[in-house]
Design a protein around this ligand. Structure first.
Ligand code: HMG
Length: 387
């Protein structure tokens, strides 16, 4: 049975910071951020957005009433959860108007969990062919002001509808994975910001890529020439570029040149948003779809998912006939271009203004143009609104 991504939507808030401004404020050469890290802009998450409101904004763009009727499972992948007990998915059940006959679960394994969710959805649909599953990866990447990781922050949500006879990507049963208990990046309970062994994490990411890609080639007999594009989890775009270099080492020059050209399409949106943990790989896939001019049905797309701690996975999908009808060329670029640029001072103020462990505080939601917002807390109960 053909199962895979039928629709994909994305949301990031209306605010951003230019990396040249950040470099100047942090006394760094702008080229370190622009070229060395490979980021030109960073999404700034206002206090009125969190993973649930961002997820609602992303899912709302793609779902019809008919989809909502067929969806019997919402898998919400995040490592920026707002409750130790209640799943983000159950807020979405009400906010987005789903029926009550739906399973709602939150999943965690750092940036990897949305990939696990896609495979769980795949298994569910294989057993229940008429079902559809909503998979969301939503995160707010925070390392702290004036830290080494600051330039790799960002945030947003990717929402995908997984179904039988998908219209965009048919997911292949070819995944290879690798797990190992390492401390490259983590966020202990109570910490608002990630702890990270930065250089070590970049090496683990690449080592895991080698493990899963070598095993993939041995398992399937496919070498690099079988791929038309490779998407990567992009903690910052230079890291994906390093993984690409490993993948194309020794490849036929035409194959290497094609994959390198497509990688520029893959990284285009992430370069302007930053890390968004669980949603990052799928933002790269959307960026490829919206920016490449030469994709064709039947082409094979490789996907490398990585989540610190750590889990790596490589799998592939085949573009479906008519996939281009589901995509609007460069549509998300228009959304990115319409964002408001903050000064470093304004960004720092926004960064420090989010609700943490407070009993009651309502937020000014008028300055946030998004449809779904986080309006504050009353007696520790989070308040979400559709405007
Ligand atoms: P750093 O020490 O600030 O940077 O940390 P650096 O000194 O290593 O420089 C970065 C690059 O810029 C280097 O290139 C420099 O040469 C270059 P590279 O050696 O990497 O090729 N550079 C310049 N280039 C041009 N012109 C210049 C210039 N100056 C320097 N003038 C680091 C960088 C990424 C470690 C830091 O930002 C960090 O800790 N970030 C957070 C951790 C991270 O993103 N890790 C990625 C892998 S782990 C992962 O992907 C999982 C994750 O998403 C979490 C999850 O799974 O949930 C993070």
């Amino acid at each position: 049975m053909n199962i895979g991504i039928d629709k994909i939507g994305f949301f990031t808030p209306h605010l951003y910071l230019d990396m040249k401004d950040l470099a100047q404020a942090r006394n760094e050469d702008p080229n370190k951020y622009l070229i060395g890290i490979g980021q030109s802009k960073m999404a700034v998450i206002p206090p009125t957005q969190d993973v649930i409101s961002m997820a609602a904004n992303a899912a709302d763009q793609i779902l019809t009433a008919e989809d909502k009727e067929k969806i019997d499972m919402i898998l919400f992948a995040t490592e920026s959860g707002v409750d130790n007990s209640k799943s983000g998915a159950v807020y979405l059940q009400r906010l987005l108007g789903f029926k009550n006959q739906v399973r709602v679960v939150e999943m965690k394994q750092a940036c990897y969990a949305a990939t696990a969710a896609i495979h769980f959805a795949h298994g569910h649909i294989a057993m229940n062919p008429d079902s559809k599953v909503l998979v969301i990866g939503a995160d707010n990447a925070r390392y702290g002001l004036k830290t080494k990781g600051e330039v790799t922050q960002g945030g947003g949500a990717a929402a995908m509808l997984i179904s039988r006879n998908p219209r965009i990507l048919s997911i292949q049963d070819d995944a290879t994975f690798w797990a190992e208990d390492v401390m490259d990046f983590w966020r202990p309970l109570g910490h608002d910001e990630a702890l990270v062994d930065g250089k070590y994490s970049t090496n683990v990411y690449l080592d895991f890529f080698k493990h899963v890609f070598d095993e993939y080639q041995a398992k399937t007999g496919f070498d690099i020439s079988k791929f038309d594009a490779l998407c990567f989890h992009l903690p910052y775009t230079k890291e994906g570029y390093k993984a690409l270099k490993i993948a194309i080492e020794g490849a036929d020059p035409t194959v290497a040149a094609n994959l390198t050209r497509e990688f520029e399409n893959v990284r285009k949106y992430s370069n302007q948003i930053g890390n968004l943990y669980t949603g990052s790989l799928y933002l790269g896939f959307l960026s490829l779809l919206e920016n490449a001019n030469d994709l064709k049905a039947g082409m094979r797309i490789g996907l490398y998912s990585y989540g610190s701690g750590a889990q790596g996975e490589f799998y592939s999908g085949l573009l479906r006939p008519g996939f281009e009808k589901q995509i609007k060329h460069q549509a998300f670029q228009n959304v990115l271009d319409a964002r408001q640029r903050l000064t470093v001072e304004e960004y720092e103020k926004v960064y420090n203004s989010r609700i943490k462990d407070e009993k009651t505080r309502m937020l000014d939601i008028e300055s946030d143009p998004a449809k779904y917002v986080f309006a504050g807390v009353k007696d520790y109960q989070r308040q979400y609104l559709r405007k």
